[in-house]
Design a binder for this molecule. Sequence first.
Ligand SMILES: Nc1ncnc2c1ncn2[C@@H]1O[C@H](COP(=O)(O)OP(=O)(O)O)[C@@H](O)[C@H]1O
Ligand SMILES: [Ca+2]
Length: 528
Amino acid sequence: MHNKGLGITVLQEFKWTKKMPLDTSLGKGSKQKISWSKKVLIILGFLFVLGAVALITVAVVQNKPLPKNMKYGIVLDAGSSHTSVYVYNWPAEKENDTGVVQQVEVCKVDGPGISSYSKDVEKAGLSLQDCMNTAKQVIPKKEHRDTPVYLGATAGMRLLSLDNNKIADKVLLSVEKSLRLYPFDFQGCRIITGQEEGAYGWISINYMLGNFKQSSSWMPFQQTSTETSGALDLGGASTQITFEPTDSINESPENFMLFRLYGKTYNVYTHSFLCYGKDQALRLRLANDVKNAGSTNLQNPCFNPGYVKNMSAVDLYGSPCTAKYKLFSSSFILITGTGDYHQCQQNLQDMFNKTECPYSRCSFNRIFQPELSGNFGAFSAFYFVMNFLNLTSEKDLSKVKETLKEFCSESWQQVKEKFPDIKEKYLSEYCFSGTYILTLLEMGYGFTSENWGNINFLRKIKGSDAAWTLGYMLNLTNMIPAELPSSPPLSHASYVGLMVLFSFLLASVVFIGWLYFWKPRCLQKGII
Ligand SMILES: Nc1ncnc2c1ncn2[C@@H]1O[C@H](COP(=O)(O)OP(=O)(O)O)[C@@H](O)[C@H]1O
Ligand SMILES: [Ca+2]
């Protein structure tokens, strides 16, 4: 019996003492002492349990998330084809943390982009009203005054200002006047540069992907950082490529931007090709075709067979991208589709001049580009077109080409019947747009069948649209700190958890020590 554990022995012996007639084993004084010790033991035990419950309650209550105080920001993306109003929000206490800003609303403005209102500038401002009213409803009234509003105009306005700077200014004034009517904190309307557009797109997607987080390894004080993802943005009037090259480069400094974000320095390559957005690229191609054919009657392999379109010369030659090609006085150009992917691609290759390069390497048109590296997020029209063609997750480049070939050869009648709900302007151009995307990525930027799989065609990341707007706002509100904020090594939850655990351990040690050294009388008697 004594080989068994001490606890069991004590319990059994104690039972035995209890059974014994009290006045034969113990005197009256001892009896009182035992009941005293018992009481003390019970009180101590009770206090111990009470302490433990109190500690756990404090830990739980302290850890309850506080009601969030949200802040808001509005960014208007005034693109060449249309304007979108983005509303973002983030918890006020955490604004410098990475990944906390989220898109809560996106409103697509009815009508064309603001650059299309050059003949009636007042309408540019008026066009924004519906979406700004939506923003007013989405944002709580008490936050209106503290909500910054930014408008950034891209390539459509860049082209308008090249064409007529004064009218571009008038358009900007009109949208400013309109935005100032709202109860928000108006911060400015401006045309952003192509470099900014590329860089903010890169910041946006890497912020949303959580790539700026410095994850600490298990070695104390050692931080490891994630690789960043490149950004590919295709608009109507310009396109951007932005990524972090592997080697340090000292060529073409105008293509580099240096950022210090969350304690790390990023040297990012970026280039924006004006006139290489898909709408201007189509005009550029058609204007060249008219010039080469010496006729305004074009057979075009980039449109489905049976498609016929009469394009006005004003539309074709109305932008600085094509103005210099104007040869004919004819007011219309007749386009007839022949639907041949291979011919279309050959035709488009002429737009990418690979012969001259003043640097060690180039993408096209004498523009420096370092070797491609890492993954790329391809958004905006890259996504819209590839999504329509069901090619966003096709990692095999030859299959992408096959699908495109098939789609281009389908008759326009068939295509229209198959997709009755899609806008005719988009539908008629998917053969051209898909072929253009492939040619730009392959011929222009140098993607191959080996690294095609590194391109992720995406529209949203964690609920927010992939667009330059988020990066623009993060930058202008100084929400990305240059250095990592010095934070305690443990999160609040881990801190409280550990405190509870150690208190338990400490109390247990004291309790066991007390049992062992001080031996309450009742137990001592039991053992003897
Ligand atoms: N559903 C869609 N299918 C195809 N193209 C689309 C779709 N939605 C938008 N687009 C195109 O995406 C492009 C967006 O460009 P935009 O941002 O307006 O111009 P930029 O960035 O050059 O100023 C336009 O060419 C527009 O036609
Ligand atoms: Ca755009």
